[in-house]
Design a protein around this ligand. Structure first.
Ligand code: GLA
Length: 388
């Protein structure tokens, strides 16, 4: 089975948008290895939009931009593979890609064969300039084309949650599906995207995962996404990046939700905090848990209604507990055990280990109560223990 657990990797879009080239990709591949990202599970290196020439060649074939990728894409794929990584590319089900490059509508089989000849292991398939209202069939068409190549290719649908994609992405051969609009490097965007998918996570499971978009952790306001998108520039939001706490909130939420983890920052220049976060083994284990169960969301949150408190049942019998604070002030977050089905009189309680510090915080009876800094989170690995 492909995508047994949420795919992990790096994608060029958030930081670099159109400013991509062979050297950047080679350096990124090198760093994914030397910084330990590959060995932590980030295996896909994905080149997003803007990799091709503006026109197909005389045979109707996609061609690599000869300045950005002078040796063609197979050369790039071979290099990425030589580093023990997998390689991903991008196209779109419409007439043009979102940035205005040739896309695959009416060319699905030719393009799938081209991508397979390059040696890709993942195709991100976008939704711009789409001539028909039948999103599902457009994606099914490319899935059929990819499958006939005989190559194992993760099919990454990117229709931004249109037409309730969570209900049919699996049926049309998808391995992950974008359920939201584009992420921006600010806390508002992180909250908006993650809140929007709480009700849909039951559809996300091994083989096909709900993708709440690529990570902005570590970008710190330096990426191109803020300036590239004309809507983003005019809608009044600020794109100055996030605090370390906000990035913790973001990454930990994506882990609790079993979303694919596609790094969007420049991995050649990661701060110690970014590295520690992206390489946090416990959080990655929560994301990659083989059962991929959606969390229980705890409704009774003692007046802090905008906060997210959730519990994810893990395959080894333990539980991941996440407490996410959207407020501008420090709060005391509470997980009342009856809200997760644990009767206070049953004689069992939870014992907590903090996934950020590794500290064992002992057994808490009746409820788990922890302080959470503003715009930050606490995440624990908890186990059920007998208390009498
Ligand atoms: C859309 C997608 C983004 C990115 C761009 C490329 O906006 O949602 O993730 O791929 O297109 O143009």
């Amino acid at each position: 089975m492909l995508a047994k657990t949420p795919p992990m990797g790096w994608n060029s879009w958030n930081t670099f948008t159109k400013d991509i080239n062979e050297q950047l990709i080679f350096e990124t591949a090198d760093k994914m290895v030397s910084e330990g990202l590959r060995d932590a599970g980030y295996e896909y290196l994905v080149i997003d939009d803007c990799w091709s020439e503006r026109q197909r060649d005389e045979n109707g074939q996609l061609v690599a931009d000869h300045i950005k990728f002078p040796h063609g894409m197979k050369y790039v794929a071979d290099y990425v593979h030589s580093k023990g990584l997998k390689f991903g590319m991008y196209s779109c089900c419409g007439l043009m890609t979102c940035a205005g490059y040739p896309a695959s509508f009416g060319h699905e089989f030719d393009d799938a064969n081209y991508f397979a000849s390059v040696g890709i292991d993942l195709l991100k398939y976008d939704n711009c300039y789409h001539p028909s209202s039948e999103s599902k069939l457009s994606y099914a068409r490319m899935a059929l084309a990819l499958r006939q190549t005989g190559r194992d290719i993760i099919f990454s649908l990117c229709n931004w949650g249109n037409a309730e994609v969570w209900k049919w992405a699996r049926s049309v051969g998808g391995h992950m599906y974008r359920s939201t609009g584009d992420i921006m490097d600010n806390f508002e965007s992180i909250k908006k995207l993650s809140n929007s998918q709480k009700e849909n996570l039951g559809y996300s499971a091994p083989g096909c995962f709900n993708d709440i978009d690529m990570l902005v952790a570590g970008m710190s306001g330096t990426g191109n996404i803020s300036t590239f998108d004309p809507v983003a520039m005019t809608n009044g939001a600020e794109y100055k990046g996030c605090t370390d706490g906000e990035y913790r909130y973001h990454f930990a939420m994506w882990c609790m939700f079993s979303s694919p983890l596609m790094i969007g920052c420049d991995v050649r220049n990661m701060s110690p905090a970014t590295k520690a976060l992206l390489l946090n083994k416990e959080l990655i284990a929560i994301n990659q848990d083989e059962d991929a169960r959606p969390p229980i969301f705890i409704a009774d949150n003692h007046g802090l209604h905008d906060n997210t408190i959730c519990v994810k049942f893990l395959a080894d019998g333990t539980y991941a507990v996440g407490m996410f604070n959207v407020y501008d002030r420090k709060v005391t977050a509470i997980l009342p055990y009856y809200e997760m089905g644990l009767d206070p009189l049953c004689g069992y309680a939870l014992e907590y280990t903090d996934v950020f510090t590794g500290e064992n915080l002992g057994v808490r009876r009746d409820y788990g109560m922890f302080e959470v800094e503003p715009h930050d989170c606490r995440v624990f690995r908890a186990r059920l223990v007998k208390v009498k």
